[in-house]
Design a protein. Structure first.
Length: 439
């Protein structure tokens, strides 16, 4: 057992897998971590990471626990008073939401845990500060360049378009950088990660830190799992996977003719996600959750923007410029983030082991200097989902070992070219639409 492991308190009662699985509802929630069973029914409301902990209610949460928490000593302080039992091994199999028997891939799970320990020993969870200084520096320099270019050469169409592309690049790269801080992968002290995250996502991007945490951690906990991953809750407009289209067709649910979704994707998908939908969701979230600090720093982003571009373009002109570069960024963001997920397995929760779950829901994109920069290293999506607190500049060092891990267990780990990955989004939408139409 690794040094970071939690040890059960002597004298705890034994809990079977069957008993554990019965406690999976809000208000009655148990989880198991490294053989120790915890009652998180009340703790889930004050969990620093939010209610994402409930994604594993009634299950073994050892691997997500290891994946999400870089400071395990701090976590032990929270968990000590929640112990209620010791999980006993049995031959019982978990069941999916459809009642089909499932089993954890134990050999893969054990090898994966050994691989994680090896990566820790090799220092792959340690960040290179110069890398992140460079990332932040080039973002700030590009933003300054856009302002100086427009203020020096005027607001003609050529300059305007160049500046819009520069600002879209600023926003996209700031998005990848806030992602690093949000995953606590830069500083050893989580407090500094939180502060840097707040600065980048709120002040440099005008979005809510708390909103991103809620959405993104739930996505990571159960990627591409229906009813649990918020990133695939889009059935009012797009219907994904192979099972959901049949269910919705049989129940005659939905607002759209999904047989054409691969066409209207280009009209209302990438163009509208950031400029319209995420703006609305951000504001609604911060108001409902009373995240007033986030709201203040989001407002400071817009104050900064209008101070810089208002005198050059006028009030409405500055607003139009903002919406235009956000429109450009939205295409960049949507294609990069969805190419790894929409074409992959989308299904109900069948309680797979961590490595199997993350690999089935993600794929990699061929590495190159451009692909690494353009995607914020999310071309190594499998490595990122397996080890979300690993600094992204170390994904390439982990890549061959991860490939060997899955190859050893005859599990396919998919890698594509960038253009094929973009195209597969549309292909997948067409396939799901056809399934809906035929059903």
């Amino acid at each position: 057992m690794p040094a970071s492991s939690l040890s059960p308190t002597p004298g705890l009662r034994q809990v079977t897998h069957a008993e554990l699985s019965q406690h999976k509802k809000r208000g009655d929630s148990w989880i198991s971590i490294e053989g120790v069973v915890y009652d998180i029914s009340k703790f889930s409301y004050r969990h620093p990471g939010g209610k994402v902990i409930l994604s594993y209610a009634g299950e073994d949460a050892t691997d997500p626990y290891m994946a999400f928490h870089p400071d395990l000593a701090l976590v032990r302080k929270y968990m000590a008073n929640l112990e209620i039992g010791k999980l006993v091994e049995s031959s019982e199999k978990s069941t999916s939401a459809d009642g089909e028997p499932q089993s954890i891939n134990k050999p893969l799970q054990e090898d994966f845990r050994r691989l994680r320990e090896d990566f820790q020993t090799r220092g792959l969870f340690k960040a290179d500060p110069y890398f992140y200084v460079g990332m932040l520096g080039h973002i700030l320099l590009l933003e300054l360049a856009s302002y100086l270019l427009m203020s020096t050469f005027g607001t003609g169409w050529i300059v305007y378009l160049i500046c819009a592309v520069i600002m879209a690049t600023v926003q996209a790269q700031a998005g990848w950088l806030q992602h690093d801080f949000g995953h606590l992968s830069v500083f050893k002290d989580s407090k500094w990660n939180h502060r840097a995250h707040n600065f980048v996502i709120c002040f440099l991007k005008g979005a809510s830190r708390a909103w991103w945490n809620w959405r993104h951690f739930n996505h990571h906990a159960k990627p591409n799992v229906l009813h649990k991953d918020p990133d695939i809750k889009m059935a009012s407009v797009f219907i994904l996977g192979k099972k959901l289209p049949i269910r919705w067709a049989e129940k005659r649910r939905g607002l759209m003719n999904y047989g054409y979704q691969h066409y209207y994707w280009h009209l209302i998908g990438p163009p509208f996600l950031l400029p319209i939908y995420f703006h609305i969701e951000n504001v609604v979230f911060v108001v409902r959750q009373r995240e007033w600090s986030d709201l203040f720093w989001m407002a400071m982003f817009f104050v900064k923007h209008f101070i810089m571009y208002g005198p050059l373009l006028g009030g409405w002109g500055a607003f139009a410029f903002y919406m235009f570069f956000r429109f450009l960024e939205s295409h960049w963001f949507v294609y990069v983030t969805q190419m790894n997920h929409i074409p992959m397995r989308i299904d109900v929760d069948d309680f797979r082991d961590w490595a199997s779950l993350q690999n089935a829901a993600t794929c990699n994109i061929d590495p190159s200097l451009f692909n690494d920069w353009f995607t914020g290293h999310l071309n190594y999506q499998v490595e990122h989902h397996l080890f979300p607190t690993m600094p992204r500049h170390n994904y390439s060092k982990a890549n061959n070992d991860v490939k060997e891990l899955f190859a050893k267990h005859n599990v396919t780990m998919e890698t594509k070219s960038l253009m094929k990955a973009f195209g597969d989004i549309v292909v997948s939408l067409k396939e799901s639409g056809n399934i809906w139409y035929e059903a």
